[in-house]
Ligand binder design. Structure first.
Ligand code: SAM
Length: 279
């Protein structure tokens, strides 16, 4: 029977052979998940034997990860703003960069405010803003019913279901007739031509409709700039995450739509958030 130590060593070899970068660390996370303990606690149990059930469960998870399924889908969760979010292959895995967008928007919303999150995916932006700002209500839109189901679960699990409504539809179409203090979006922005160069975890597992708008990487920014101003209250903001090198072009689109533009960097110094404010 394998011990924790021998099972971890075998799994790390298997993951490394499959090209997983942090093979040892990920093996620990996977076994800790199976054992229902922290990674630190697991390291203290090196000579403990795994039961046959745990060994089989661990092997199954390691095989999934060796197939380059993202660790977040294998574990079923990802952390965002210190909260835990369910993730499945129906939703983009939330990225740390997106926390910059949430924090920049949160810093500008004082008191009661209404927010729309366009392309909500797992719901991290909508749920994150509702959790940070107790006086905010959010309408979260996605074109994928499967993503909305995950987002709804995440709102409930993080205690904000009463202040986040979910709407199925194309971009801002479900918002027509309403007025918001902020419209926030992390839309698909990877050009189709870049698809083949993405890591297998992204290319083979994450939903393509969440990542690429097709050949025109700025398509969603054009549509947002065109439609958002009429849905904003006076002084309202349109805030988006952008890909590397897109901020200036998106800023120009927002300026042409009559918005006053500010650009914010992420922790790596990349221009990551474009914010447009209506007069
Ligand atoms: C880049 S993901 C962002 C997910 C999440 N907001 C986040 O930041 O992790 C883009 C999301 O937009 C959704 N989407 C794509 N096209 C859309 C459209 N035309 N209308 C509404 N949502 C759309 C996708 O289903 C996906 O969930």
């Amino acid at each position: 029977m394998a011990t924790v130590r021998t099972a971890l060593a075998r799994a790390a070899r298997c993951l490394a052979l499959a090209g997983v970068e942090n093979a040892e660390r990920e093996a620990v996370w996977l076994l800790a998940h199976v054992q229902g303990c922290s990674a630190g606690a697991l390291r203290l149990r090196g000579e403990q034997e795994l039961g046959p059930g745990a060994e089989a469960s661990f092997k199954a998870l390691v095989e999934r990860r060796a197939g380059r399924e993202p660790i977040q889908y294998v574990l079923g969760t990802e952390e965002f703003l210190g909260m835990t979010f369910k993730v499945t292959p129906a939703v983009l895995i939330p990225r740390l960069d997106t926390e910059v967008l949430v924090r920049e928007v949160a810093a500008r919303l004082l008191g009661p405010a209404s927010v729309a999150d366009v392309g909500t995916g797992s719901g991290v932006i909508a749920v994150g803003l509702a959790a940070l700002l107790p006086q905010v209500t959010v309408v979260a839109v996605d074109i994928s019913p499967e993503a909305l189901a995950v987002a709804r679960e995440n709102a409930a699990a993080n205690g904000v279901a009463g202040r986040v409504k979910f709407r199925l539809g194309d971009l801002m179409e479900p918002l027509v007739g309403q007025q918001f203090d902020a419209i926030v979006s992390n839309p698909p922005y990877i050009a189709e031509g870049e698809w083949a160069g993405l890591m297998p975890e992204v290319r083979q597992w994450e939903p393509k409709g969440a990542l690429t708008p097709g050949d025109d990487s700025l398509l969603f920014y054009r549509r947002l700039a065109g439609g958002a101003p009429s849905l904003l209250k006076p002084g309202g903001i349109l805030a988006v995450e952008v890909g590397i090198g897109q901020a200036q072009a998106v800023g120009q689109l927002f300026a042409a739509a009559g918005l006053t533009v500010a650009i914010h960097q992420d922790s790596a110094g990349v221009e990551r958030v474009v914010l447009g404010q209506l007069d």
